[in-house]
Ligand binder design. Structure first.
Ligand code: ADP
Length: 401
């Protein structure tokens, strides 16, 4: 008989949950509580054909967790019979700092480390902690595991993770590159090796997680060598609303024009990227539709997004020396043939030859999209962060790894 694992992603104004039976990898059902902390919120739950959704106020995460546990074990519309069926909980945590370098059982020390990392994940780590504390209270005695978005990247060597700032800031403020989307890069790189029937140790790959948030990882023999996000998820690629890499001198320059640090932070995280350039939307589908209809700003946003991925791809190919596979994942990577085609365009001399027919219109499936003569295999592999969390939890709690 399998074990039922509850996977929780407690965000600033939302609580996502999923129940999975392991080791069968059976997805039992999932739910979402939205608009926590506002006057009226909403809970939605799906379990096979059964879908329930209703509005109610969720003044805080405590009420949200309470309702979620009640609904998931509801006699009529529930996913499980009773919450006592939950044998372990896996929490998605954004930032593990330098101490939490792998998924681990939640202890007082682990909570302390997550608190210490609040400085670098101010929007995510506090609600992640609330989720952990609530689950501990509501499900006493059930093992809780924290799964960190930074953990998979801990193998980066110092010359890759250090910033060329005065070295003392590393010690004093913990300023270094950590990387994010680790759960996705881990899942996709392992799954790719599985599909190819190879040991991850024998493969060098570049995993491209392209979604509303985007990052690339150069994975050398199963271990991350470099990734495009840094101290925070702002570094690297141009994203839905985040600017990614810009000349850091732009900040003091804008400060001279009267912008405060908080305003600049907000602009770079919420008003830039595809949204900032298109002046329209952060959604790639709408950007492409508008570009197709001749909207020049949307076309510029698309061109910039693609160009910046291409630049990172080329630099990671140089960093790896030899690249065996390039994998696309995330909402854009899995579904958007246009971006994939544009990213891989004119890279034949670097060993990338895309099969345009296969690539076109391919959505959400595991597939090889390069031609046989392509020296580098190009693939799409849908990510599954919830499954990766469940796999980590199962290993730690039930296999004692
Ligand atoms: P998040 O980072 O929030 O998890 P997702 O990975 O879900 O985001 O990716 C969302 C992005 O994927 C959006 O920009 C959306 O437009 C894009 N996307 C989803 N489906 C398609 C598609 N069929 N074609 C192009 N873009 C798509």
């Amino acid at each position: 008989m399998g074990k039922i694992i509850l996977i929780l992603n407690s965000g600033s104004s939302s609580l996502k949950y999923e129940l999975m039976q392991m080791p069968e990898r059976k997805r039992l059902g999932k739910g979402l509580v939205e608009r926590i902390g506002t006057s009226m919120g909403k809970i939605t739950q799906t379990c096979g054909e059964k879908k329930v959704s209703y509005e109610m106020p969720f003044p805080d995460h405590k009420v949200a967790m309470n309702e979620a546990l009640k609904l998931m074990s509801d006699k009529d519309s529930g996913i499980i019979k009773d919450t006592s069926e939950i044998k372990a909980v896996g929490h998605r945590v954004l930032h593990g700092g330098s101490k939490c370098i792998e998924s681990m059982l939640v202890t007082d020390d682990v909570i302390k480390h997550i608190e210490e990392a609040v400085a670098w994940g101010p929007l995510h780590n506090p609600p992640n902690l609330i989720g952990i504390r609530e689950a501990q209270k509501r499900l006493p005695g059930v093992p809780q595991v924290a799964v960190f978005d930074t953990a998979f990247h801990h193998t980066m060597p110092p010359h890759v993770y250090m910033y060329p700032l005065p070295k003392e800031y590393y010690k004093k403020y913990g300023i270094r590159r950590y990387g994010f989307h680790g759960t996705s890069h881990k899942f996709v790189s392992k799954r790719t090796a599985e599909i190819l029937k190879k040991d991850p140790k024998d493969l060098n790959m570049i995993t491209c997680h392209l979604g509303n948030g985007s990052s690339l990882a150069a994975v050398k023999g199963g271990k991350v060598f470099d990734t495009s996000m840094g101290l925070t998820p702002l570094e690297g690629l141009m994203m839905g609303t985040r600017c990614g890499d810009i000349d850091p001198a732009i900040l003091p320059y804008l400060a001279k024009h009267g912008f405060t640090a908080a305003e600049l932070d907000n602009i770079m995280n919420k008003k830039s990227g595809l949204l900032g350039i298109s002046c329209l939307t952060n959604d790639m589908r709408d950007i492409e539709d508008a570009a197709e209809k001749g909207n020049k700003d949307a076309q510029l946003a698309l061109d910039m997004f693609v160009y910046r991925v291409k630049k990172y791809l080329g630099s990671y190919m140089a960093a790896l020396g030899k690249t065996d596979v390039i994998v696309f994942t995330g909402g854009i990577g899995e579904n958007d043939g246009i971006s994939r085609r544009m990213i891989c365009e004119n890279m034949e001399s670097l060993g990338i030859v895309l099969d345009l027919d296969k690539n076109e219109g391919l959505r959400g499936t595991e597939a090889v999209i390069s031609k046989p003569e392509s020296k580098i295999l190009v693939m799409t592999v849908p990510t599954n962060e919830e499954l990766q969390i469940a796999l980590d939890v199962y290993e730690i709690v039930f296999e004692g790894k």
